[in-house]
Design a binder for this molecule. Structure first.
Ligand SMILES: Cc1cc2nc3c(=O)[nH]c(=O)nc-3n(C[C@H](O)[C@H](O)[C@H](O)COP(=O)(O)OP(=O)(O)OC[C@H]3O[C@@H](n4cnc5c(N)ncnc54)[C@H](O)[C@@H]3O)c2cc1C
Length: 479
C-alpha cells in the first residue's frame, strides 16, 4: 500500500524477523490496520508506525524486545490505547514499532484464600473485575475506560479511578510483576506476598513508568471482599465548600464505607444529556454542583441506606445538601454512574478543543483552588467554559476548559501551553500536581521540566539511562 505511513523498504528485514517471532499475521503493516494504534483516544494526535506487533506470550515479548535492542529500533508498548497523554502512541516521525499487548489476555490464577489474582498484561480491566466477582471477590480499580483499557496500561499509568478513596491507586493493588527489560531479559517478580522486605521494591519502578523502563507482561493483583450491599446517591450541593463538609459529615456517619465521592459541575451534566443517549437530570430542577457518592459494605445486611438517610437529613439541615436522589436499585445506580463515566466521552463530542488538566491539590484546598483558577481563566479568556469534575475525595479534579474561538486543530497546534500554564502555575502555588492520575506521556514533558526539581529530574534520568541505555523503550515520553 502506498501511503505516507507504509513501512519503507528499510524496515523489510526487521519486519521479516519480527514475523518469525510472532507469526506474520501478528505483524500489522497495512496503514488501515495500524492507524487505530497510531492515533490517540482524544483524537488530537496522529502518530505513524511501520508496524504493530502483537505477541502472544512473555517469550515472544522478550524476543521482540531483544531484536529491537539489537537493531536499535524504538518500541512503544500499548494496552487499550485509552490513555490521555499520548503516551501509548508512536510519534509522528514514523520509526517506532507499536508493541500491542492485547493478545496476552489470560487470567492465569485466582487464589481466593490469598486474595490474589495473577493475570497477563493484556487483560481488559472489566474482565479482571468479572473474574474477581466470579470468585466472590472484588478487584476495586474502576474507571470510565474499563471496557477497553488493559491492566498493563493501568499499571503503567498507575491509574486512579473512582475507588481510590477507599482502595488506593493501581500501585496499591499490585503485589508482583513480571517485566521484560529493555535488553530483552525477563524479570520474574510475580510474588504474591503481602510482606517482603528483601531490598529495593523493584515493581514500583515500573508502575507509573508509562512503558519507558520495561514491558509489563504479567501481574499479581490484590483482591478484596466483595461488597454485599451498595448505596448510590446523587446530591445537589451549593458549592465545593459544602461538598467537602459533606464528605466529612458522611465519614462521621459511615466511616470507610464511602468508596467513591465525585464532584460534578452542572455543565458536565448538561453536556452528558446533550450527547449521551438515554441520560437525564436525576433531579427536578438544575443546580450548580453535584456530588455522586457510593457507599459499600462487605458484611451481609450492612443497612447502608439506614445509615445514609440520617446523614443526609443532617446535611440538608446544615444546608450542605439542597436535594438528593438515592438509587432504589442496581439499574438506577448504574444510570447515575453512567452520567459520571460519560463526561469524557461527552466532552469529546463537543465542538472546540478541551484543555484538560488532571490536577491534584490537598483535599482541603480544593474549593479555594476552584475559585482562584476559575477567576483567572475567566479574566484571561472571557467566556471560558470550565468543565470541572473529578475525585474530590482524593483531591483530584479534571479541571478542564473550552476557550471561545479555539478550534480543536488550532489548539492542537499550540497544544500546550498558554491555557495550561495558567492553570498549572496556580496548581504549583497550591503545592499540587499537574498530573494526578493520567501521567506525562508526550503531552506533559514540558511541564515535567518546568515543575520538577533538578534533583528529581536527575534521578529520573539516571534510572532511565541505567535501565534503557539505548533509549529504545517509548522514547520521548515522560522525560
Ligand atoms: C473515558 C475514559 C475515562 C478515564 N478515566 C480515568 C480515570 O478515572 N482514572 C485514570 O487514572 N485514568 C482514566 N482514563 C485514562 C486511561 O484509561 C488510563 O490511563 C488507563 O490506565 C490506560 O490503560 P490502557 O490499557 O488504555 O493503556 P494505554 O493508553 O495503551 O497506555 C498507557 C501507557 O502505558 C504504557 N503501557 C501500556 N501497556 C503496557 C505494558 N504492558 N507494559 C509497559 N507499558 C505499557 C503505554 O506505553 C503508555 O505509556 C480514562 C480514559 C478514558 C478514555
Amino acid at each position: 500500500v502506498n501511503s505516507p505511513s507504509s513501512p519503507g523498504p528499510d524496515f523489510a528485514p526487521l519486519l521479516a524477523r519480527l514475523a518469525k517471532i510472532v507469526g506474520p499475521q501478528n505483524v500489522l503493516t497495512d496503514p488501515h490496520e495500524t492507524e487505530p494504534y497510531a492515533n490517540d483516544w482524544r483524537g488530537i494526535y496522529f502518530g505513524k508506525t511501520p508496524a504493530v506487533v502483537r505477541p502472544a506470550n512473555t517469550e515472544e515479548v522478550a524476543a521482540v524486545v531483544k531484536l529491537c535492542a539489537e537493531t536499535r529500533t524504538p518500541l512503544v508498548p500499548q494496552g487499550g490505547n485509552t490513555g490521555m497523554c499520548m503516551a501509548s502512541v508512536p510519534r509522528a516521525s514514523g520509526g517506532e514499532i507499536v508493541l500491542a499487548l492485547g493478545r496476552m489476555s489470560r487470567i492465569l490464577n485466582v487464589d481466593a484464600l490469598n486474595n490474589t489474582m495473577t493475570v497477563e498484561a493484556g487483560c481488559v480491566l472489566a474482565n479482571i473485575q468479572q473474574a474477581a466477582a466470579d470468585a466472590d471477590r472484588l478487584f476495586p480499580l474502576s474507571l470510565g475506560a474499563e471496557g477497553s483499557c488493559q491492566i498493563g496500561g493501568n499499571l503503567s499509568t498507575n491509574a486512579g479511578g473512582v475507588n481510590v478513596l477507599r482502595y488506593g491507586n493501581t500501585r496499591d493493588l499490585v503485589l508482583g510483576l513480571e517485566v521484560v527489560l529493555p535488553d530483552g531479559r525477563v524479570w520474574n517478580g510475580l510474588r504474591s506476598l503481602r510482606k517482603d522486605n528483601t531490598g529495593y521494591d523493584l515493581k514500583h519502578l515500573f508502575v507509573g513508568a508509562e512503558g519507558t523502563l520495561g514491558i509489563i507482561t504479567a501481574a499479581v493483583l490484590k483482591l478484596f471482599p466483595r461488597p454485599q450491599s451498595n448505596v448510590t446517591a446523587w446530591m445537589a450541593v451549593p458549592d465545593p465548600e459544602a461538598a467537602l463538609a459533606l464528605l466529612a459529615l458522611l465519614r462521621r456517619h459511615v466511616g470507610d464505607r464511602i468508596s467513591a465521592f465525585e464532584l460534578i459541575s452542572r455543565n458536565c451534566l448538561e453536556m452528558v444529556i446533550r450527547h449521551i443517549l438515554g441520560t437525564r437530570d436525576p433531579l427536578p430542577v438544575p443546580h450548580q454542583w453535584y456530588v455522586l457518592t457510593e457507599l459499600a459494605d462487605a458484611s451481609p445486611g450492612g443497612g447502608l441506606r439506614a445509615q445514609l438517610e440520617p446523614a443526609l437529613e443532617e446535611a440538608i439541615e446544615a444546608k450542605l445538601v439542597i436535594d438528593a436522589a438515592i438509587a432504589e436499585n442496581q439499574a438506577q445506580s448504574q444510570a447515575l454512574w453512567r452520567i459520571r463515566e460519560s463526561i469524557p466521552e461527552a466532552a469529546r463530542s463537543e465542538p472546540g478543543m478541551l484543555y484538560r488538566h488532571d490536577i491534584s491539590v490537598a483535599v482541603s484546598r480544593i474549593p479555594a483552588f476552584i475559585r482562584e483558577a476559575r477567576a483567572a481563566l475567566e479574566k484571561q479568556y472571557p467566556g471560558a467554559n470550565v468543565i470541572c469534575f473529578g475525585h474530590l475525595g482524593d483531591g483530584n479534579l479534571h479541571y478542564n476548559a473550552f476557550i471561545p474561538g479555539r478550534s480543536r486543530s488550532e489548539a492542537a497546534a499550540r497544544e500546550a501551553h498558554d491555557v495550561t500554564d495558567l492553570v498549572y502555575d496556580i496548581v504549583q502555588r497550591y503545592d499540587g500536581s499537574f498530573s494526578a492520575e493520567h501521567g506525562v506521556g508526550l503531552a506533559k514533558v514540558e511541564e515535567l521540566r518546568r515543575y520538577k526539581s533538578a534533583v528529581e529530574l536527575d534521578l529520573m534520568r539516571t534510572l532511565k539511562r541505567s535501565l534503557d541505555p539505548g533509549g529504545i523503550l517509548n522514547p520521548g515520553k515522560v522525560l
